[in-house]
Design a protein around this ligand. Structure first.
Ligand SMILES: CCCCCC/C=C\CCCCCCCC(=O)NCCO
Length: 573
């Protein structure tokens, strides 16, 4: 009798699990078929761009392809090149860049027609005044809403669901004459700083295919670094503009979140207050982003469309001041000591700024351990359950396994691990306590973040500090698989989302032999994360290293002024 009951229970469990497994297999095969259709659509879009590009004369391509953003704008304004020629040049350049990086999700098919329409207006419309971005080709991170195109964020389940309207930023860019011509790749979920997903695949670093160009705006950084675009729009909730720029030697800024509209923007976790994401420009240099932001913030157009955006326009007076600034700097945030190359870059940028007359003072990040804890709790909001549900209904990208595994561990077991980890790996213990158990804990964390914002800004006021100079992350560009294992290196960028500061990066140097020697001799490896950071930084000779500058909300112009000052004198080639 007992035997019969035992056999009965086991076969019921087995049947249940088998049913679950076969349902999942069925779904996975449906998803694989969707991926095949999407990839075929992408191939068609590449073919379209290739065919269009072939219609451009080689001499025109040679002339346009070396123009900077400023030169491109000028030549389009004075009519020496047409919008169609500019767009076709960038189709060609992007196709070339895409071959080595796999950075493009889709070419925007309408871009050819938009270019022709602008050319037609310029030629035949009486009294037509060219808008300031007339004919300039733009790339867009895949999650930036553009009408008629998917914003999958790397989820197969979100393919073939084209967005019905442009985001406010895309609408503004188009009105100003810009031509969005392609969408660039992201990591699945956007909450990662590598760049791979089951829909569009793995994006590679232009200088080393074994390494990641960063994430989540990694398609954008790879395309820019490989000369496939002259300017693009990324998005950042914990470093997704700044880390890809730092890894690839490009430059960009995440403004404080109310300087752009968020209408219709699908983030990684919808319904997340306090840890604010924002779109921002990315380019080969910060000068280009400055030129763009001057145009976008020239008037109150954005707040006229979206009343939730305060009518703050470009503050030229603040930007063009020549008086010295007081800048706090740190090379270590107290949570994750950066590798020697990253520390050296900050010290070099400090020297550049001092030579320009700025006053640099040491700064200590208050309560750094708690910052990472608050950031992770508030960035995931519901302990990862929104993302886990989405991932369970999808093909999970292998590069996301570490994070998924952590999210999947039941919360009481996470807490048990935290208690055990405290003994031998206290930083992991801190992280394993970060997912919220209930809304009371979450509310308390929100209150703590608000208190931290007050404490931090008061500290800056007391010390009379205008801005901060610090590392953007702890390593040079990492091997693909290591980035998701080192998600806690986002402490350097995440803090400025938590504070809702403006924060940008510029490259200042490249990894040299002395850095690598110091890495071997001096860099610690007393826990797993340090070991990964050390391993991942080996063999990185020549990779770019950047610094980060941050300023309180609505002080983007000060942040950009400092980034420009660094860029002007940094010996980065
Ligand atoms: C038990 C702990 C589980 C923690 C799982 C880790 C979850 C998140 C890691 C956060 C990494 C932040 C990367 C931010 C990338 C970014 O800025 N994305 C932009 C989205 O628009």
């Amino acid at each position: 009798m007992i035997l019969l009951i035992v056999v009965g229970v086991f076969s019921a469990i087995f049947t249940y699990l088998w049913r679950l497994w076969s349902l999942r297999e069925k779904r996975q095969s449906e998803l694989r078929e969707i991926v095949a259709r999407k990839r075929a659509e992408r191939d068609e879009s590449v073919k379209f761009a290739q065919k269009s590009a072939e219609k451009l004369e080689k001499s025109k391509f040679d002339q346009i392809s070396v123009m900077s953003f400023e030169e491109l704008k000028e030549n389009l304004q004075n009519g020496s090149i047409s919008c169609l020629e500019a767009v076709r040049t960038y189709y060609q350049k992007a196709i070339l860049a895409n071959k080595s990086t796999n950075s493009i999700c889709m070419f925007i098919l309408e871009s050819e027609k938009w270019a022709e329409e602008w050319d037609e207006k310029a030629k035949n419309q009486e009294g037509f005044v060219k808008p300031p971005l007339f004919g300039v080709p733009f790339s867009l991170k895949e999650c930036v809403p553009i009408k008629g195109y998917d914003q999958t964020r790397g989820f197969v389940q979100d393919t073939f669901r084209p967005t019905p309207v442009d985001s406010v930023l895309v609408e503004q860019l188009k009105l100003l004459g810009a031509i969005p011509f392609c969408q660039t790749n992201v990591p699945q979920s956007l909450l990662s700083f590598n760049c791979s997903n089951p829909v569009y695949g793995l994006t590679k670093h232009p200088l080393n295919p074994e390494r990641t160009p960063g994430g989540s705006s990694g398609g954008e950084s790879a395309l820019l670094a490989a000369n496939g675009s002259v300017i693009g729009i990324g998005g950042d909730v914990g470093g997704s503009i700044r880390i890809p720029c730092a890894f690839t030697g490009t430059a960009g800024i995440k403004p404080s979140h109310l300087r752009f509209s968020h209408r219709g923007v699908c983030g990684s976790v919808p319904g997340r207050p306090l840890i604010n994401s924002n779109d921002g420009p990315m380019a080969k240099d910060i000068k280009t982003s400055i030129e763009l932001l001057k145009i976008l913030w020239n008037d109150t157009w954005i707040s006229d469309q979206d009343p939730y955006v305060p009518p703050v326009v470009w503050n030229e007076k603040e930007f063009s001041k020549t008086s010295p600034l007081r800048i706090g700097y740190y090379i270590d945030d107290g949570w994750f000591t950066p590798t020697p190359m990253v520390q050296r870059a900050v010290l070099e940028a400090k020297e550049i700024l001092e030579a320009k007359g700025h006053i640099l003072v040491p700064f200590r990040v208050p309560n750094a351990y708690n910052v990472m804890f608050m950031f992770l709790r508030a960035v995931c909001v519901d302990a990862g359950s929104f993302l886990s549900r989405k991932l369970m209904n999808d093909i999970i990208d292998p590069l996301l396994y570490t994070q998924v595994l952590l999210w999947m561990i039941p919360l009481p077991i996470q807490r048990l691990f935290a208690w055990m980890a405290n003994v031998f790996f206290p930083r992991l213990g801190n992280i394993m306590r970060a997912m919220t158990l209930n809304t009371a804990q979450l509310r308390q964390t929100y209150a703590d973040i608000e208190a931290y914002r007050s404490e931090f800004t008061q500290l800056m006021k007391d010390k009379n500090i205008d801005a901060l100079l610090c590392p953007p992350t702890v390593t040079p560009a990492l091997p693909h698989v290591m980035a998701s294992k080192l998600f806690t290196a986002t402490s350097y960028t995440g803090i400025f989302n938590l504070l809702d500061f403006a924060a940008g990066v510029v490259p200042v140097t490249r990894v040299c032999k002395e850095d690598l020697q110091k890495l071997e001799d001096e860099y610690e490896e007393h826990d797993l994360w340090y070991k990964i950071a050390k391993n991942g930084s080996r063999d990185s000779l020549g990779l770019p290293i950047a610094v980060q500058v941050a300023t309180p909300p609505f002080k983007e112009e000060v942040c950009l002024r400092i980034l420009r000052d660094i860029e002007q004198d940094a010996k980065f080639q």
